[in-house]
Design a protein around this ligand. Structure first.
Ligand code: BG6
Length: 479
């Protein structure tokens, strides 16, 4: 097994809306995540236009990083993190998205966080927009359906680049931008709320608006890349794609063709635009089939071409199968439409199919396709943990991470240029899909339950000590 390269970026990943809390402190405005109630696998989260008294909104307190950042960063440093993926809450900087001046208190909070990280030599990797745009922009413009959002995002991004120049070297423009290819992505990813939608897992969909919204995000992302390169030539900007790979369920060429289409439309469409600076050749047919008429402005093609990303980052949790045969069992994962169960794989308690080899396949495919540095910025196992006499034994999580690290090292041997690895929810945070706290990914336990009750004390799980050893040995000691 080849060693991970020197300077490999080991770390962990979070997002402000699921981790930070302090939802109405420090001048912060309400984000789309603040309007999502709690849920679980059988009860969907609700999207509410106002904050309703009889519902619980888990993202409001989340894991309270806002008041625990020093303690948490010290724990990350103890594990040996080289990098920490976090996001900035747009609403902490521009509470409604339209203020003329940014909120100084919000900017200062992140200055403090970056300074604390620097004390321990940890590089921040910052997602500019991770499922937390201002709710006011949903109400006023129906989110990214409007081109107006391009200017507002650019202003926000430019404010960050100018303020944190020299402090932040790695930026991601949009988290899992390809979630906009799914109807689930309407609200969380694009801030689009159609009709009387209330059920998060069953949103009223308008494909035209979604694809137009994605186009606006591509333009905004490209303009942000260009702005960042101008403001801080040393900084690198990446895209972030949710890789949800599928295999053809059978060798029937019909399934193989169907799967190729699924891979292109769900997994490659967005990355192709952001890496290559133009829409892929299959786009026209896709738009025709969906009945989408994309509105482009003169100059858009140049904008996309001038704003190509420097590296490709992605999340990877699971794979599924594709077949045209409806009688085949679907997975119970509630994220991907038409995902079929793979008889060769085990699944998590939430029905996500565990597939380390699929990560190697994915890394190889992506590197063949794009030939730019890759980074795995989310990966991990959401599981129920139990605390026994102050200890948390989580061999299932260690096994999941170990097998995926092995797969990464094999892919590096296959020739892939891999920059780093930030497993998801390195500390327990609120689940995006279900709003639960019980779906834990962390190596650090946070004492809080699905109703936000608890001391919020931090505890090290077995995986904490294991991951520390992995980092210390630069990925050699993974047993
Ligand atoms: C990704 C998101 O989809 O998966 C994260 O970028 C999310 O925000 C993560 O938390 C895991 O999903 P979940 O639903 O288990 O929290």
């Amino acid at each position: 097994m080849m060693a991970f390269k020197d300077g490999f970026l080991w770390g962990g990943a979070t997002a402000a809306n699921q981790y930070e809390g302090g939802w109405n402190e420090g001048g912060k405005g309400e984000s789309v995540a603040d309007h999502l109630s709690s849920g679980n696998v059988s009860h969907p989260r609700l999207i509410t236009k106002t904050i309703e008294d009889d519902l619980y909104y888990p993202n409001h307190i989340a894991s309270d990083f806002f008041h625990h950042y020093k303690e948490d960063i010290a724990l990350f440093a103890e594990m040996g993190f080289k990098v920490f993926r976090m996001s900035i809450a747009w609403t902490r900087i521009f509470p409604t998205g339209e203020e003329l001046e940014p909120n100084e208190e919000g900017l200062k909070f992140y200055d403090d966080v970056f300074d604390e990280l620097k004390k321990y030599g940890i590089e921040p990797l910052v997602t500019i927009s991770h499922y937390e745009m201002p709710f006011a922009l949903t109400e006023k413009y129906n989110g990214w359906a409007s081109r107006k959002l391009v200017d507002l995002y650019l202003k926000y991004a430019t404010t960050l680049f100018e303020r944190y120049k020299g402090k932040v070297k790695y930026w991601l423009t949009f988290n899992e931008i390809n979630c906009g290819c799914l109807s689930l992505g309407n609200y969380m990813s694009l801030g689009i709320l159609n009709g009387q939608t209330r059920d998060f897992t069953n949103q009223e969909d308008d494909v035209q608006l979604r694809y137009q919204g994605l186009h606006h995000q591509f333009i905004a992302s490209a303009l942000a890349v260009e702005a960042c390169h101008n403001i801080d030539p040393d900084a690198k900007v990446g895209c972030m794609i949710a890789m949800m790979p599928s295999y053809a369920y059978t060798c029937n060429p019909i399934d193989v063709l169907g799967n190729q289409k699924n891979m292109r439309t769900l997994n490659y469409y967005c990355g192709d635009v952001q890496v290559r600076g133009k829409y892929p050749s299959f786009s026209k047919r896709l738009w025709n089939e969906l009945g989408v008429e994309l509105e482009m402005q003169p100059g858009d093609e140049e904008i996309l071409m001038n704003g190509k990303v420097d590296f490709f980052s992605f999340s990877y949790y699971q794979t599924s199968c594709f077949t045209e045969d409806d009688s085949v069992d679907s997975t119970s994962a509630n994220l991907i439409a038409n995902a079929k169960r793979n008889p060769y794989l085990k699944e998590s308690a939430w029905g996500w199919q565990i597939d380390p080899n699929g990560l190697r396949v994915t890394l190889n495919e992506l590197y063949d396709r794009y030939e730019i540095p890759l980074m795995v910025v989310e990966n991990g196992l959401g599981a129920y943990d139990t605390v026994e006499s102050g200890q948390i034994h989580d061999p299932y999580r260690i096994e999941y991470l170990r097998e995926h690290i092995k797969a990464m090292s094999e892919a590096i041997d296959d020739g892939v240029d891999l920059m780093g690895y930030t497993p998801w929810g390195c500390i327990d945070i609120v689940s995006a899909s279900t709003g639960e706290m019980a779906k834990r990914y962390g190596m650090i336990y946070v004492d809080s339950n699905d109703n936000g009750e608890g001391s919020f004390a931090r505890m090290k799980k077995d995986s904490f000590y294991w991951y520390k050893k992995v980092i210390e040995s630069n990925g050699k000691d993974i047993d």
